[in-house]
Design a protein around this ligand. Structure first.
Ligand SMILES: Cc1cc2nc3c(=O)[nH]c(=O)nc-3n(C[C@H](O)[C@H](O)[C@H](O)COP(=O)(O)OP(=O)(O)OC[C@H]3O[C@@H](n4cnc5c(N)ncnc54)[C@H](O)[C@@H]3O)c2cc1C
Length: 386
């Protein structure tokens, strides 16, 4: 164990114990049939791990985001996939930080006890892509409701969630002073909306991620479900996005640890030419380098988590830690596959599955180029390219 994975030892041990009941066979069977890991998510919910960030007054454990990082890191490290349920941690932050007391009392206790699932975060649209201010999904006030029309794409876990945090426009972009003005956030009760203006279509992808496209056709959402002020929604989701980047970076650290541990173990046990392959520096050094990269990235993740927990600005730190952590996990995935030779491609080793799963984090929740652009502009003062 290194200094970067010795925090919250009891939580680490408990998560690892729970995950040991969901071995590779479990994930492979789900992967083959694109099935959601319902039992795994239920077990995490029952153990209270998904509600650690909810304050005690609303039924959660009231722990800092660092604890959430530890939980997701250990899930990934053990070969499981937190992508099935990580959104509960960060979407809840939008409700917690920007919801009214009435909204928090109405929803947070149910989320904490597991009777309400808040696993969906609807931002991406097919035409706007990364350029979030160009979203077209429009919410128009009509009496006590807003009527929503539009479309989202790649919105994950919607079929396994009761609630969704949804970003819409309430004022067209060209009528706003700033492009980020005029957007509003709603907490959509999908149990009511499904079939009443909301259509969900699954999208088959290279990994088992339960992602979907959504169509809104005059979907009515009570005005009481708006989170934060009308037109100020972009600010509300930024907090959630920073939390998302920090937590997903922790998943990347967990993935990287999985790959480094598997690669070094295999390199010690596999003998070719009469000696363990790990005795060859051509095999040993890439794994050692992946370990170093993972340790460095973990320090950046915990730095960003600390700033977030202290309520300090952490946009750049959240972005940067996600970039280095996703690169550490991707490099470790590649080394691990190479170290296993042909066996890395055999499904029963779980390397190829984790390889596909960790590749996602180069693209989502924000792609590497967009992080570099943020750093170039906001940290280094260089001109914006778009
Ligand atoms: C499995 C999966 C699950 C997802 N889950 C969710 C979810 O739950 N909720 C949600 O809202 N979204 C979700 N997403 C969407 C994800 O966040 C986006 O795919 C991602 O942000 C990139 O957006 P895009 O696909 O539109 O790419 P685009 O914006 O079209 O970009 C395509 C490529 O061009 C690059 N690029 C674009 N503009 C520039 C530029 N100015 N300079 C340099 N490079 C540029 C990008 O970096 C990217 O590599 C998910 C995606 C996947 C694949």
């Amino acid at each position: 164990m290194s200094s970067t994975n010795s925090n919250y030892p009891e939580i680490r041990e408990a998560v690892a114990k729970l995950c040991s009941q969901y071995p590779g066979e479990y994930w492979r069977a789900l992967d083959d049939t694109d099935t959601y890991p319902t039992e795994f998510v239920q077990a995490l919910t029952d153990s209270g791990f998904l509600s650690v960030l909810i304050p005690e007054e609303y039924g959660g454990a009231g722990l800092p985001i660092e604890a959430g990082c530890v939980i997701l890191e250990e899930i990934q490290r053990s070969g499981c996939n937190g992508g099935a349920c990580h959104a509960q941690m960060y979407t809840m932050g939008t409700l917690l930080r920007h919801g009214t007391e009435e909204q928090k009392k109405k929803y947070l206790p149910g989320i904490a006890e597991g009777s309400l699932r808040l696993q969906a975060f609807g931002v991406t649209e097919p035409t706007s892509g990364t350029d979030t201010t160009r979203i077209r999904t429009m919410a128009v006030r009509d009496g006590d409701d807003y009527v929503i029309n539009g479309q989202k794409v790649f919105i994950s876990r919607t079929e396994h969630s009761d609630l969704m945090v949804l970003l819409t426009r309430t004022t067209p972009r060209d009528e706003c002073k700033k492009p980020s003005d005029g957007m509003s956030v709603f907490l959509v009760d999908m149990r009511e909306a499904l079939g009443n203006g909301l259509t969900i279509n699954p999208i088959k992808t290279m990994l088992n991620h339960a992602t979907t496209e959504l169509f809104f056709d005059n979907m009515r959402v009570p005005a009481a479900n708006m989170l934060g002020a009308e037109g100020k929604g972009f600010k509300c989701i930024l907090d959630g996005m920073n939390a998302e980047r920090i937590l997903i970076a922790s998943e990347c650290i967990g993935d990287a640890r999985f790959f480094v541990e598997r690669a070094s173990a295999y390199a010690c046990e596999r003998e070719v030419f009469g000696r363990p392959i790990g005795q060859n520096q051509g095999v040993q050094f890439p794994i050692a380098r992946n370990y170093v990269e993972t340790e460095a990235a973990a320090l950046m993740v915990y730095n960003a988590a600390r700033l977030f927990d202290e309520g300090k600005p952490c946009g750049s730190e959240a972005n940067m830690c996600k970039l280095v952590a996703s690169e550490a996990s991707w490099h470790a995935a590649d080394t691990c596959l190479q170290t296993h030779g042909g066996f890395g491609y055999a499904q029963e080793y779980d390397i190829e599955r984790k390889f596909r799963e960790t590749r996602l984090y180069q693209t989502a929740p924000i792609s590497t180029n967009l992080i570099l652009s943020h750093v170039g502009i906001h940290e280094l003062g260089m001109p914006k390219s778009f």
